[in-house]
Ligand binder design. Structure first.
Ligand code: EPU
Length: 301
């Protein structure tokens, strides 16, 4: 999707930086994604005006965070992609509260808080992506999920066209699912974290890192786990038992290290990855009678 010169000029007046024809394969951890114009926002306060301008011109849009849990279609994309502003470091601590920009890096947040003796989030250390993406999905690992620590979220509500603040108690955080509306845009979060000495946090972080290194293909292009675990079960174990590690469609492959990670071994297309996902889902359905649900978010055109 291309932004016209006239609209581009008006967006620039709102401080938006425009980058034309960006291959989103460069912005996703899977290395997959078509081409579109990219808009970098400078201030949260301008979001309602930017949204208004885009709506008036009938320009569809999507917000892209860290790009680590998304599978984006190939080719010319029928929407523009927006990126939220963040200051450096995008986070501060006051007592047991941490205030963090949604665009900040999740792992960076865990270490920033750890250095100030605030713990609890050790399990999230190796989860790639932005804080906003982690909030939306209620990211979790090794017994930790981000939702447990959320006290307030500032967001842009597309349904009202306004910036709003939600209390943590008013948000439901379930397994890889939250009660945010699909078009809510997380902007900033306040977390409340338990006090813990830095050296103890560091020791816990080290253990999580070792477990992750031993079981996940960290140096390959992936979006983490492709499927959610079914209640009481493990998608990775089922796919492994079916002997599907190393199974390929084009350059999309079931990781030979962790069967719920699908990796892009060279130049996989979105179509390759989708076929691989469908094939594996079908094999699991036939053998186990379980319909696996995607954990990765698919941006269909
Ligand atoms: N297993 C196999 N073969 C495999 C992979 C796993 O037999 O190829 C077995 C393991 O031996 C273990 C069980 O399956 O007994 C569970 O595996 P693991 O501990 O790796 O956890 P997981 O359920 O596959 C979940 C999250 C991960 C998170 C880890 C660690 C989901 C879908 N996945 O994986 O999150 O890192 O626990 O807490 O909930 C993600 O969200 O993208 C993600 C990777």
């Amino acid at each position: 999707m291309r932004i016209s010169d006239k609209l581009g000029a008006r967006l620039r007046e709102l401080g938006v930086e425009l980058r034309p024809s960006v291959p989103l394969s460069e912005k996703t951890s899977l290395g997959i994604g078509g081409i579109t114009d990219q808009l970098l926002l400078r201030k949260f306060e301008t979001i309602p005006d930017v949204m208004h301008l885009l709506a008036n011109e009938n320009i569809p849009h999507r917000f892209l965070g860290g790009g680590t849990n998304v599978l984006i279609a190939d080719g010319e994309l029928p929407y523009v992609v927006l990126h939220l502003p963040t200051s450096q470091p995008g986070m501060r601590v006051e007592g047991n509260a941490a205030y963090v920009d949604a665009a900040a890096d999740l792992g960076g947040m865990v270490t920033f808080c750890a250095k100030r003796d605030l713990g609890g989030m050790e399990g999230l250390i190796g989860v790639p992506g932005s804080v906003g993406g982690a909030l939306r999905m209620n990211a979790g690992a090794y017994g930790t999920q981000i939702g447990s620590y959320v006290r307030e979220v500032e967001l842009y509500r597309a349904s009202t066209g306004k910036l709003e603040t939600l209390r943590g108690d008013d948000i439901r955080f379930d397994y890889r699912h939250t009660s945010f509306a699909p078009d809510d845009v997380m902007l900033r979060v306040k977390l409340e974290l338990p006090t813990k000495p830095f050296k103890d946090i560091l020791a816990a972080i080290k253990i999580c890192n070792e477990k992750r290194r031993a079981s996940q293909p960290l140096n390959q292009k992936s979006a983490g786990c492709i499927f959610k675990n079914p209640p009481g079960g493990s998608a990775g174990r089922m796919i492994d038992e079916l002997g599907l590690k190393g199974h390929r469609v084009g350059d999309a492959m079931v990781s030979d290290r962790h069967a719920n990670f699908f990796v892009n071994v060279a130049n996989a297309s979105c179509a390759d990855m989708l076929r691989l996902i469908d094939e594996v889902r079908e094999r699991v359905r036939v053998t186990y009678g379980i319909e696996l649900e995607n954990e990765v978010i698919f941006w269909k055109n």
